[in-house]
Design a protein around this ligand. Structure first.
Ligand code: HEM
Length: 352
């Protein structure tokens, strides 16, 4: 898969092939992003004791805030609420039936996108007008000052990064809590891994890259969650030339949707596919097989892969070493067209 196809984005994300720079490399996550995620996660989880939490809501806020803080740290508090409301419309629209009539989610999605673009354009204008002595240390500032991209490209870049890391990370975080609750043996093994890390560190010492890399079982839990929940339904490609695949002709220009859900539940690839079995991923080779498309494949492989896994792993670290929890309702998780719990996934949280 992949060779004669370009990656395709949807109509809400306008970037063409090869536009996204491969910036979310391990060193970026290690040196700049992981310390921020660690700091954010402690704060995020600091006061859950005794509370009833809607994990879906909290994961959504967490994933969006983590992405948004990296991008526009300076104006975060002043525009957050309005921006997120419009962004949510856009995300829902992009996952809905493409009927562009007033009143449909699809229509609202385009309106949401227009407002998001407007807000970002105003921010860029303000940043350009600010004196060079005013320094900000966020992604927007680097993109604007770097000068390699025009304003429209900067805006598209930001929307793409925010969009890609939002729904994926938040859904994975919610589903990982559900699967761990339902599989106590996995939870105990995961907890032991994280207490092992805490025992090696001073009280309150943040997680570092070596800690993250040592989270073998946690990585397996995240990969199994992505498989079983099918957080991403599939991948889009466009045939750049005629291609014959298993005797079928795919003409040049056709769009292909690789439906990964089928692959995720293939009993030959994953014995007992409906069982949550993170131990299967301890065979390191499984992650590098060419049918393992959790993060896509080829030239369009997700550039936020390590960032996404590191975010969910950091969340799990502080969550399982601080709290235990019981589910108190909301177990009607819908898997299609997106994984969600229409009534929220509520848990009661208590300090360990
Ligand atoms: C659990 C978390 C995540 C999952 C499961 C996930 C999954 C995916 C998948 C399946 C693709 C399509 C790849 C392809 O077409 O071959 C993708 C693309 C992408 N992801 Fe992620 N992702 C995650 C987190 C993130 C994060 C945190 C970011 C933000 C930096 C991000 C940024 C992107 C971008 C920009 C693309 C488009 C790449 C391109 O078309 O060249 N992702 N992701």
């Amino acid at each position: 898969m992949g060779w004669p196809f370009f990656g395709e984005t949807n109509e809400f994300l306008k970037l063409g092939p090869n536009f996204m720079k491969r910036q979310t490399t391990s060193s970026l996550v290690k040196d700049r992003l992981l310390p921020r995620i660690d700091k954010y996660m402690r704060l995020h989880l600091s006061n859950w004791d005794g509370m009833v939490i809607d994990v879906q809501q909290k994961s959504t806020d967490m994933a969006f805030l983590i992405g948004f803080t990296q991008i526009v740290e300076a104006e975060l508090s002043s525009i957050y609420d309005g921006f997120k409301a419009e962004f949510d419309k856009m995300v829902t629209g992009s996952l809905s039936l493409p009927i562009n009539l007033p009143g449909t989610s699809y229509y609202r999605g385009f309106k949401g996108r227009e407002n998001v673009v407007k807000m970002l354009r105003e921010l860029i204008e303000k940043r350009r007008a600010a004196s060079p002595a005013t320094t900000y240390d966020d992604m927007l500032e680097h993109l604007v000052r770097d000068g390699a991209l025009n304003d429209e490209e900067v805006i598209d870049q930001i929307i793409t990064i925010l969009y890609s890391g939002y729904e994926t990370v938040s859904t994975t975080s919610m589903m990982v809590v559900k699967y761990l609750h339902d599989n106590q043996q996995a939870l105990e093994e995961l907890r032991e891994e994280h207490f092992g890390i805490r025992r090696r560190k001073a009280a309150g010492e943040p997680l570092d890259w070596a800690d993250y890399k040592s989270m073998r079982f946690t990585r397996a839990v995240v990969l199994e969650t992505l498989r079983l929940a099918t957080v991403v339904n599939g991948l889009l490609r466009k045939a750049t030339q005629d291609i014959v695949l298993n005797g079928f002709l795919i003409p040049k220009g056709w769009k292909i949707y690789v439906y990964t859900r089928e692959i995720n539940y293939d009993p030959i690839l994953y014995p007992e596919p409906l069982k949550f079995n993170p131990w299967r991923w301890l065979d390191k080779n499984l992650e590098s097989h060419n049918y393992c498309l959790r993060f896509g494949g080829g030239g369009r492989l997700c550039p936020g892969k390590e960032l996404g896994i590191a975010t969910v792993s950091t969340f799990l670290h502080y969550f399982v070493t601080t709290y235990r929890w019981e589910v108190i309702g909301g177990e009607k998780i819908v898997e299609f067209p997106r994984v969600e719990e229409p009534n929220g996934y509520h848990i009661r949280v208590l300090k360990l």
